[in-house]
Design a protein. Sequence first.
Length: 366
Amino acid sequence: MDQDRIGILLAKLLAGEATLPEQKELESAFRDDPSLRETWNALKALKASPPAGLSAEEEQKMLERGLQRLDFSRENHAPAPTPAPATRRFPSYRWMVAAAILFALVVAGAMLYSGSSNSSNLPPAAPVASKELVSKYGSRSYIELPDGSKLWLNAGSKVQYAAAFAGGKRELTLSGEAYFEVKHDPAHPFIIHTGRLDVRVLGTTFNIKAYPGDSLTETTLIRGKVEVDFAGDTHSAIILKPSEKLIVSTATGQPALSSSTQAAREKEQGAQKVITAPIVPDPIDGTIEETSWVENKLVFRKEPFAQLALKLERWYNVKIRFDNENYKMDELTGTFRDQHIDEVMHALQLTSDFHYRISGDTIHIW
């Protein structure tokens, strides 16, 4: 998606003018580039505190140029309308649209208009030092964040955050799966952006699974309270209770829940399928499947083989190829800890009739 299109969509969303297809287009852009979430947060801050220090003439000129760009896009490259006289004042939300376009394009590195003397009057944004933690396939990581919160990162995952949580803002962007123990601080909510969801907490223990490419995103609350907001939908949120998880599907089909999930509640949340379900500990050892990975346990219950294959790939840094796709929907159950992938595959083979061959880092199923 080009920079102009991103600017237009962000501006329309900020002004409450984005259509449902446009919101879905932005959701896709957020998933492809989580850094766009930072642009969206900056725009919301701009809406709350419009830029100061501009003269009425400068503000009007920026407004008119922004509106021309917005109208130009809407009319599919038709000629832009003649600017209104400088004395004309527009409704405030139209100023927000124009300002959002300008700000989004500046953040994206594009100039709304070139050679303008007014642009030199805009103060440069102060650089913010950021950190990134990456957990490669076959590994898991732990870190204590600047505010004292604790974070465990699962295989094939990444988090990005401001080095010192500057200005008291406790925000990070997650791609993959992470388990959090958030330090209680009512004055500074802790916010996790995944591209699909924004999870807001005060002091809580919970797990988020949001791998790029997966059809499902899961938020599992162990204790405390979390509020889950949906990208592109600023009017609704879901509050999770302790021992409850939220499952969101952005695919057109139904969410692929395992048959072991009980008492699930499904509903529509905009264009997305949303399910809330209770967490069900193992009746024998009390293991919670959703967070067992933090204890280095690989746990799955009646999980479709195709879905389990993705988990095994991340856990053991291997590739799994189904030479016979009939086995993809087989439901498998198991609990493993500190066992080699060959031992895991052999144990699974005892509960199904598939064959497998390990060749280097690739496992063939037939």
